[in-house]
Design a protein around this ligand. Structure first.
Ligand SMILES: [Zn+2]
Length: 199
């Protein structure tokens, strides 16, 4: 429902489209922005435009990248035979923080969620299967979130990969069930990775 007019309402509407921002928060942030010094507001607008222009997705693993490949895919010291499958780029950051993992990643872009119309075709699963032969991958670590959608995604992938000549593992429990990887502390996630089991 439009409460304000013109640019103020446009700002409230756009902010309200952001994840986790309800109508009240959108109004609060809009008025905060309106009260900012012009330079501060322009800096914020500028970094949004700059990020949109300069950041893209790695052609191999779909992590964020500022070139054709992300920094991790470009790093020859990483073990290219192990791939850690995660839902989102922020999960890459969570696993990297553990300093326990030296392989590469594959970012699915979400998890299976039939109620929201997200099936295998909406995720980057085909791209993962294509990488397995091409990159001589010997282990796939299923590192999706320990919630309903993440578990369903891990089970689906385990089934699709079961006949291939590679090790498929799932991170150990220890990451709080129902939670998101990004909220697990480094030590817990590090142990979950170390204690991964074949599925
Ligand atoms: Zn990459």
């Amino acid at each position: 429902m439009a409460v304000y007019t013109g640019p103020v309402q446009d700002l409230v509407d756009e902010l309200g489209k952001l994840p986790g921002i309800g109508p009240k928060s959108a109004q609060r942030i809009a008025f905060h922005l309106l009260q900012l010094p012009r330079d501060d507001a322009l800096r914020l607008a500028g970094v949004i435009v700059e990020a949109k222009d300069k950041v893209s997705w790695c052609e191999r693993c779909f992590n964020v990248a500022s070139a054709r490949l992300c920094d991790i895919c470009n790093d020859d010291r990483r073990d290219s035979t192990v791939v850690c499958v995660v839902e989102e780029p922020r999960d890459v950051v969570a696993v990297e923080k553990t300093h326990e993992y030296k392989g590469r990643y594959h970012v699915l872009g979400g998890a299976l969620n039939p109620l929201e119309g997200i099936g295998a075709d909406q995720l980057r699963m085909r791209e993962l299967f294509a990488r397995i032969g091409a990159e001589e991958i010997t282990e796939v670590i299923l590192c999706t979130n320990p919630n309903v959608e993440g578990e369903a995604t891990a089970m689906y992938l385990a089934k699709m990969l079961q006949d291939l000549p590679l090790r498929v593992t799932r991170i150990a429990s220890g990451v709080p069930v129902g939670g998101d990887l990004e909220y697990a502390d480094e030590l817990t996630l590090g142990r979950a990775l170390e204690g991964r089991r074949a599925v």
